[in-house]
Design a protein around this ligand. Structure first.
Ligand code: TYD
Length: 136
């Protein structure tokens, strides 16, 4: 599998009358080694999170509960992905401007990252982001 662009990835789903089970393995179902995970929850209605890009960090985002939209922008095209199943996730490579919105009540956004938290890896200024894209 080639993973160089934003992509929905379907994870294994083990159906069981006792309850279903899904899983992922680093460098297998997702194209990076896991360094960190974080989660976003208790989002008030109408709020947005995560309007920025990363220079190096790659992410995989799963709606473990509820639903929300991930809006991704590569400087040319804007696409919205609705996540609402715990066995689908969105791979977001580095260099993509993204934010999350339309969080349902009690939604849980689980994010798996390829790097440790590093504020210097963030681009939080959209104009600077676009300029950096033009220079490539
Ligand atoms: P941030 O990624 O800036 O969230 P958003 O883009 O939605 O505003 O994270 C908010 C704060 O949380 C940030 O200032 C630092 C802290 N934080 C960590 O300490 N470790 C982490 O792994 C993350 C994702 C955030």
């Amino acid at each position: 599998m080639e993973f160089k662009s934003v992509e929905i990835i379907k994870l294994p789903k083990i159906l069981d009358e006792r309850g279903n089970l899904s899983f992922l393995e680093a460098d297998n179902h997702i194209p990076f080694t896991i360094k960190r995970s974080y989660w976003i929850y208790d989002v008030p209605g109408g709020e947005q999170r995560g309007a920025h890009s990363y220079k190096i960090n790659q992410e995989f985002v799963i709606a473990l509960s509820g639903s929300f939209d991930v809006v991704v922008n590569d400087g040319i095209e804007v696409k919205t992905y609705t996540l609402n199943r715990s066995y689908y996730g969105l791979y977001i490579p580095n260099g993509i401007w993204r934010h999350m919105e339309n969080f349902s009540t009690n939604s849980l956004a689980f994010v798996i990252s390829s790097t440790d938290y590093n504020e210097n890896d963030y681009e939080r200024d959209y104009d600077n982001y676009l300029k950096s894209k033009l220079n490539h």
